[in-house]
Design a binder for this molecule. Structure first.
Ligand SMILES: [Mg+2]
Length: 304
């Protein structure tokens, strides 16, 4: 089915997605200056027969990825430094990062320990205003938390594409996916770069003779459903074109008063007895730090 039979509608930018780069490894490099600019892998236990749960960008340059066995990682990168994971420290930074992001835009959903989604309001949907918010998030994090906590930010008509936008530029990315950029701006991605395409779905897509994003975009909704073997294929067809799934992305937009820069959310709370994130300037742990009350922290894969 020719692509031009399914024109992509004009849709405004509605979501801003923040994905921290090499999150666990970056926290370690922020807290421990001796690890900066070094290839490091974060591990759960100190043995070569475990896998890396995160890798710094210096390690990634050697081909060390999340999930790789440490004996293999050391073969690829002989100078690799293995660092024992400190989850309480990553959670402490998570709380501080969310608090910082909320100085610039309310967080709609915490998607994992290193990913959040924020809905743009009607007065934030221009490329200029949304990128201004994204830049202020980045500079706020660098100034108030630490320059080693870098993130990729995606801005798009729906939450799914905003997350895809974070895949397009790493580290420290900022990508705006306007409806008119679609689908060409996605063509450089691999099938597996798409959220929701794991090994099984990738195998199904390839078995159907589709090897890349242009091939996927050439399918119609019915064909997508058939390839996926479920309604999710059809949903993906809409999501990849910036359309939302009813009830989640399509809620009526509102307006927020502007500007919010530096306004802060004045949250305060007690620490939870874990490793407090150090102050960006002094490098010293603060006496107390803000904890988001009543927010459900979702633990998921990090450090990709
Ligand atoms: Mg990440």
């Amino acid at each position: 089915m020719p692509l031009n039979n399914y024109p992509i509608p004009t849709l405004s930018l509605r979501w801003l997605y923040v994905d921290f780069n090499s999150y666990f490894a970056s926290v370690e490099q922020q807290v421990r200056p001796e690890l900066r600019s070094k290839p490091i892998a974060v591990v759960a236990v100190e043995t070569d027969s475990t896998c890396a749960i995160a890798a710094s960008y210096e390690a990634k340059a050697f081909g060390v990825k999340t999930g790789i066995m440490i004996h293999e990682a050391k073969r690829l990168c002989p100078g690799l430094i293995c660092v024992l994971a400190r989850h309480e420290c990553y959670v402490a930074f998570h709380h501080r990062l969310i608090e910082e992001i909320e100085r610039h835009i309310p967080v709609t959903a915490v998607c994992s320990i290193d990913e959040v989604a924020c809905r743009l309001m009607d007065n934030e949907i221009s490329v200029e205003r949304s990128t201004e918010i994204a830049q202020s998030i980045k500079s706020g994090i660098a100034k108030n938390i630490g320059p080693y906590l870098r993130c990729s930010i995606g801005i798009a008509p729906n939450r799914y594409l905003a997350k895809v936008g974070t895949e397009l530029q790493k580290p420290d990315g900022l990508v705006v996916l306007r409806a008119e950029d679609l689908p060409q701006k996605l063509f450089g991605l691999k099938l597996r770069d798409l959220p929701g395409v794991g090994a099984n779905i990738e195998h199904r897509i390839q078995t159907a003779g589709i090897m890349d994003l242009p091939g996927l975009f050439a399918l119609n909704p019915h064909q997508m459903r058939k390839v996926w073997g479920s309604v999710w294929g059809e949903k993906m067809w809409y999501l990849l074109r910036g359309m939302g799934i009813a009830g989640r992305d399509n809620r009526p937009a509102q307006r927020r008063p502007q500007p919010r820069h530096g306004a802060g959310t004045a949250r305060s709370g007690q620490g939870q007895g874990c490793c407090a994130a150090p102050d960006a300037q002094s490098g010293q742990p603060p006496a107390a730090y803000g904890v988001l009350c009543g927010r459900h922290v979702v633990f998921g894969p990090a450090g990709k």
